[in-house]
Ligand binder design. Structure first.
Ligand code: ATP
Length: 279
């Protein structure tokens, strides 16, 4: 019997397996170099890092919108070769149809997923309720605030029930207070559904508020430099002492990876029950 090496065995159990992925754009920028990442079912993984470290490139490879120039990306052991209905991508822009009401936008998305006509309205209403927008069913997008539009976008994505949610800095354009509300909302929904989420952010606190794991990336070339499990209980609070210790640690690391020559002294990670190094 052939024994599997640990990495291979792990990759087989992973929901998403990224193995030795490189990506070089046509302008010769090496956006990803030897990236290896396993995401297990029900994990909320935050890809964190400074601008240009390849977070979006990696997310688009998971979405199947980009085929990496090297390595493999698989979901449930199937190679990802293009977009698929089991993976949905959310961006900063809510991208709602402006001529459709909130309810209309959700029903349209459900129709596109093949949900039978009779099931669309109750399902759409249920998800509008989950994002606290009951009463706004007949409202048009231009009558909504930025945060409300993002909640509609979240409801539309969740109603489609993808196995994997891929989020590219979805709350980055929102004001600070709305952003916190959206994080709390996403967390409460995640705690209920335990969807597999890969969430891109360059905000340390956002990563620690949301993630069960934080994967830190570095630029030039884009690569993974740290993989931390976050063992803080949920729902989390921005005032949590351990969360803030971890935030300080991650901020120092971020500075080191962004500007290696100007880095301050490395800090010891706040090891203990709050954090676990993944590899
Ligand atoms: N279509 C493209 N063509 C050429 N180079 C690209 C392209 N998209 C991204 N890049 C380059 O690849 C590198 C990684 O970009 P990417 O957008 O993945 O990083 P990121 O970490 O998501 O950055 P940000 O937080 O600024 O969005 C950067 O140097 C970027 O300039």
């Amino acid at each position: 019997m052939q024994l599997l090496r640990p990495t291979q065995a792990q990759a087989q159990r992973a929901k998403i397996a990224v193995a030795q992925v490189d990506h070089c754009y046509s302008n010769k920028v090496v956006a990803l170099k030897d990236v290896n990442l396993n995401v297990h079912s029900g994990e909320f993984v935050c890809l964190l890092g400074p601008s240009g470290c390849g977070k979006s490139t990696l997310l688009y490879a998971l979405a199947g919108q980009l085929v990496p120039t090297g390595g493999t990306v698989s979901i449930d052991d199937q190679r990802i070769r293009g977009p698929g209905p089991e993976r949905l991508l959310m961006f900063q822009e809510a991208a709602l149809f402006p001529w459709m009401t909130v309810l209309g936008n959700l029903k349209f998305a459900l129709a596109a997923r093949g949900v039978p006509r009779a099931a669309r309205t109750p399902r759409a209403l249920e998800f509008i309720r989950r994002v606290h927008l009951s009463g706004f069913e007949d409202t048009l997008p231009h009558q909504l605030s930025g945060g409300m539009k993002m909640r509609v976008s979240l409801a539309r994505t969740l109603a489609a029930d993808p196995a994997v949610l891929l989020m590219d800095e979805p709350f980055a354009a929102l004001d600070a207070q709305t952003r916190i509300h959206m994080q709390e909302l996403l967390q409460s929904i995640w705690m209920r559904t335990r969807k597999t989420v890969v969430f891109v952010t360059h905000d340390v606190h956002e990563a620690l508020m949301l993630g069960t794991r934080v994967v830190l990336m570095a630029p030039r070339p884009g690569r993974i430099v740290k993989d931390l499990e976050v063992h803080l209980p949920m729902p989390r609070s921005l005032e949590d002492r351990k969360l803030n210790e971890m935030a300080r640690y991650l901020r120092v690391l971020m500075r080191q990876v962004d500007e290696p020559s100007q880095a301050s002294e490395p800090m010891d990670p706040p090891l203990g029950e709050a954090v676990g190094l993944h590899h």
